[in-house]
Design a protein around this ligand. Structure first.
Ligand code: UDP
Length: 295
């Protein structure tokens, strides 16, 4: 009888039912290269952050799309901290001391790690922000002569982003840009517009924000001559200068969400999801689904 496979540190982790592949940036770049140059078929990647996970609790189709992705990357220090928290068992000391110790771990120690000791969050080795990964991918695309297409953002932004990237990464082949429209009824016309610009595409970057961009990719990928598609959120806005990204020091200490909240206050509506995420993670640990069913 075959022996059960040992768990490997590269196995996906599930956070509130959503897959995360705990990979380093280096490994992800290698896998994408493999997808483009060796593997058969089509692939899509998602950069999952806590807002995605909350959306996936309300929208099972979106959760399915995230879990079907070739790779789901941890975009957010909150994802790394939550995975670490859930992995840490409750101390074997009498209640309520075990709960108090766990609260200390979750509310004091992990926020301290986020701010100052991120290397202690070992379960997911790196945070892969879409905007950073995309920059690395563009450098790689330029050297490997991959054909890149930029879809999404406000009119003119993708084209402006293309110009900036082509200057920054000499030799980068951007085979087309389109602001487009993520509504399902526009899919056919959008696909025609993409195909009119490019016969084949190695890397399609889609900037419609979540969950629209992931749903667009899921509906359209099979109808397009594309090898790899990635939802990149606000990346084109950052590159083109339409939005200012948080300074490195804020990013380093896991405070990019606060920067975005200060500069785009309307985001509070979406960022309240961060609080819901925190509460759901505590519930997951203290009242795991198998115990909840008994109530
Ligand atoms: N966007 C778009 N069409 C839409 C909705 C959004 O092109 O119908 C673009 C928007 O202009 C922006 C990006 O999608 O460039 C979403 O950025 P956001 O920062 O909200 O995405 P997140 O990274 O938070 O998912």
């Amino acid at each position: 009888m075959p022996r059960p496979r040992k768990k490997s540190s590269a196995d996906p982790i599930f956070l509130l039912g959503v897959k995360i592949n705990p990979l380093t940036e280096k490994k992800v770049l290698k896998i994408i290269e493999h997808f483009i140059t060796v593997a058969q078929g089509q692939f899509y990647l998602v950069t999952t952050n806590p807002e995605f996970i909350i959306q996936a609790q309300k929208d099972s189709h979106f959760r399915h799309i995230l879990n079907q992705a070739s790779l789901s990357l941890a975009d957010g220090i909150g994802i790394r901290a939550a995975a670490q928290y859930l992995k840490q068992p409750l101390l074997k000391i009498p209640p309520p001391l075990n709960i108090l110790a766990d609260l200390f771990y979750g509310l004091i120690y992990l926020p301290y790690c986020i701010l100052f000791q991120q290397q202690k969050l070992t379960l997911i080795p790196q945070q892969l922000r879409g905007a950073d990964l995309t920059e690395k991918l563009m450098a790689q695309a330029a050297s490997k002569k991959w054909r890149v297409f930029l879809l999404g953002a406000a009119p003119g932004i993708a084209a402006q982003t293309a110009k900036i990237w082509q200057k920054k990464y000499p030799g980068l082949k951007i085979v087309g840009t389109l602001a487009g429209d993520p509504q399902p009824e526009k899919d056919l016309i959008m696909r025609q517009k993409i195909k009119a610009q490019a016969k084949t595409i190695d890397l399609l970057l889609v900037a419609y924000g979540h969950p629209k961009q992931e749903k667009w990719i899921y509906r359209n990928l099979k109808h397009l001559p594309v090898k790899v598609a990635i939802g990149v959120g606000g990346t084109f806005d950052f590159v083109s200068g339409k939005q200012k990204r948080a300074p490195q020091s804020w990013q380093k200490h896991g405070l990019e969400w606060l920067w975005r909240l200060i500069h785009q206050p309307w985001r509070w509506r979406r960022q309240k999801d961060l609080l819901i995420f925190l509460l759901l993670i505590f519930r997951e640990k203290w009242f795991p689904p198998q115990n909840r069913a008994a109530f």
